[in-house]
Design a protein around this ligand. Structure first.
Ligand code: SRM
Ligand code: SF4
Length: 595
């Protein structure tokens, strides 16, 4: 390993000794809540680039503009810089506009801060890490407190398609308090964007599922710690994985339902028993991703690992090391894992991973893929009230339309969680929530709560269409968007619900541009922002429009729908609703309701 010697704080010129080191930098943290050793405050962290082999650095030097930004000053510098910028802005020494552009728009992403310069200049989205999508009432209230000051339009909270939380409206001067507050609550925003490993997706039913094959919580926490907890200083932010060639997604499925969507992640772990020993483990699928250039389903890697912490961490570490040092640094569109796997060939890539894992000498044995179960299995619902294996306990899935939460709605959820689910809230990749461990005897009271009835946007028993809605951020905040998504998605789902009856959940996904953050290719019906024209007053004019995808599949039979069935459809209600009703009737057996 290429650890560079640490520079000591004491007596050394360091990035941080110009001002008091923020306590969060030295805050001991583990998502597992284990007692960690006291951090050594006398060491400064190495940079992300310091872990790269010379050859990789040489490639980065002639690489993409982002590579050059990272070489000029490492992305990991933001872990410290954000405190300095905030202090200077608070003390009137600088304005946010004076923050160097590369810091503002690129490096601050290492603290999870994404400048929303096109839509809300000077304000940021702050993305968390919520391994396995589990948060608590205290964290929910903290999110509300953080965003409320930015007003009801800009200061909102989103549940993302990676079972994660994003805070909106954040200003640089407020960031240190938020970061400290998160760290004090055992959470972080570090390494959640740009060239970092993204939120760890696991099973939302982990530990409360009678069909569970693997409890994904500890494994998601372990990978989360691998990525963003520095093992040397025991502080948040791990520079070892701080300079990847591109984003990297990992998902661990806990049951045959594959709630984690392993087939669209760079690494997907699918639970399967070893055919001979009966030991529980994972088949490893690789390279699934979505982008403007290409959308690809994962390939089978022909690897199986036991479902224990050491094996899972070692496998991910081995793949990450290869990806970090060998991935494309020139063309960001070709820098996803799939391209590297294809360059090697699956077999050779497997050999490289096995050799890398063996070199760590941790006794991890990677075997050939094991046969997946073949008995019939039906994917289960997450919304509504369902029994748990724990006697007398129920899980209650609640719809959060398009994943959007106001500050008050965060507090409402926190109140429900405190009252009914031991303070715990589970997030799903469908941008909804689950309250686990509700006493059976309390379920009726929960369902009668004001925040689940009347004018509330939350519903425990929503319709099949509105309940399964997913939407990316769209033009409200995202500079890449071609259309407004969340508000349209919510309004049109409500409208459809009133117009047609369906007899099963229909998953309608909206995504504002071809990056497909809203994963339209896995949807029953996917709506992707695209150009459209419409005749208005006798003239054809450009209007917000979409392409429509039909027939994506999730679960064991996961399959991506790659080609749109319709293009150039305006997204206005009068144009889109009839198209969707036609598709719902012809493909999903919908029946129009009597007017
Ligand atoms: Fe995404 C870029 C939002 C999940 C593929 N994504 C963006 C940016 C950062 C663009 C930007 O700077 O504005 C968006 C920020 C908008 C905002 O203000 O929220 C953005 N992506 C999102 C979220 C918030 C959508 C949502 O509403 O839930 C999701 C955050 C997940 C998280 O918690 O980390 C989100 N993005 C995804 C997914 C789905 C997934 O991970 O399962 C994908 C497809 C899967 C994948 O990555 O392979 C996805 N986002 C992209 C891409 C295309 C990646 C590529 O290889 O080209 C981009 C563009 C990029 O990275 O250059 C992108
Ligand atoms: Fe933005 Fe496009 Fe992603 Fe939607 S799909 S959040 S519009 S980048």
């Amino acid at each position: 390993m290429r650890w560079v010697p640490f520079v000591t704080f004491v007596g050394a010129i360091s990035l941080v000794d110009a001002f008091t080191p923020p306590s969060s930098i030295n805050h001991k943290l583990s998502t597992l809540n284990v007692a960690a050793a006291e951090p050594d405050v006398t060491v400064e962290k190495p940079t992300g680039t310091s872990f790269l082999p010379e050859e990789t650095v040489e490639r980065a030097k002639v690489g993409s503009p982002v590579e050059k930004v990272k070489l000029a000053k490492d992305g990991t510098s933001a872990w410290v810089d954000v405190y300095e910028f905030a202090r200077k802005i608070r003390e009137g020494e600088m304005t946010w506009e004076e923050v160097e552009k590369a810091d503002l728009d690129t490096r601050l992403k290492w603290v999870g801060m994404l400048h929303r310069g096109k839509r809300t200049p000077g304000q940021f989205m702050m993305r968390m890490k919520v391994p396995n999508g589990i948060v608590n009432a205290d964290q929910m209230r903290f999110y509300a407190d953080c965003v409320e000051k930015y007003g009801p339009e800009k200061g909102v909270v989103d549940i993302t398609t990676r079972q994660n939380i994003q805070l909106r409206g954040v200003k640089i001067e407020d960031a240190p308090d938020i970061i400290e507050g998160l760290h004090a609550r055992n959470q972080t925003s570090f390494q959640s964007a740009l060239d970092n490993v993204r939120n760890m997706v696991g099973s939302p039913l982990a530990g409360i599922d009678d069909q569970e094959l693997v409890d994904t919580r500890e494994l998601c926490n372990a990978i989360n710690d691998l990525i963003s907890l520095d093992p040397v200083t025991n502080t948040r932010g791990n520079p070892r994985w701080g300079n990847l060639p591109r984003k990297f997604n990992i998902a661990i499925s806990g049951s045959r339902d594959d709630y984690a969507h392993t087939h669209i992640n760079d690494i997907g772990l699918q639970p399967v028993k070893h055919a001979e020993t009966g030991e529980m483990g994972f088949n490893v699928v690789l390279g699934g991703f979505m982008s403007i250039k290409r959308v690809a389903e994962s390939v089978d890697s022909d690897m199986w690992i036991p479902a224990d912490r050491n094996s899972v961490v070692t496998l991910c570490e081995a793949i990450l090391r290869i990806f970090r040092d060998e991935g494309n640094r020139k063309n960001r569109q070709l820098a996803r894992l799939m391209y590297l796997v294809e360059e090697y060939g699956v077999e050779k890539f497997k050999e490289a991973v096995v050799a890398e894992a063996e070199s760590y000498d941790r006794g991890v044995k990677i075997e050939d893929a094991q046969p997946a179960p073949s008995e019939p299995f039906e994917r289960r619902e997450l919304l509504g009230v369902h029994p748990q294996p724990q006697e007398g306990k129920m899980r209650v899935g609640i719809m959060v339309p398009a994943g959007r939460l106001s500050a008050q709605e965060c507090r409402d959820l926190a109140d429900l969680a405190d009252k009914y689910s031991g303070g715990e809230v589970r997030l799903t990749v469908e941008q909804n929530v689950i309250l686990p461990n509700v006493d059976e005897s309390d379920v009726d009271d929960l369902l009668k709560e004001d925040s689940l009835n009347g004018d509330s946007r939350f519903k425990a028993n929503p319709g099949f269409i509105e309940g399964n809605l997913v939407s990316c951020t769209g033009a409200e905040f995202c500079g890449l968007a071609l259309i407004e998504t969340k508000a349209n998605a919510e309004a049109l789902a409500k409208k459809l619900e009133s117009l047609v009856a369906v007899d099963r959940p229909i998953r309608i996904h909206w995504t504002g541009c071809p990056n497909s953050c809203g994963q339209v290719q896995v949807a029953d019906i996917g709506i992707m922002g695209a150009p459209a024209r419409k005749e208005i007053d006798g003239k054809k004019v450009a209007v917000p429009g979409c392409k429509i995808f039909v027939g994506g599949k999730i679960g064991e039979e996961g399959h991506l729908s790659l080609d749109p069935v319709k293009t150039g459809i305006p997204i206005s209600e009068e144009d889109l609703i009839p198209e969707l009703i036609d598709i719902l009737k012809s493909e999903f057996g919908a029946v129009e309701k009597k007017k």
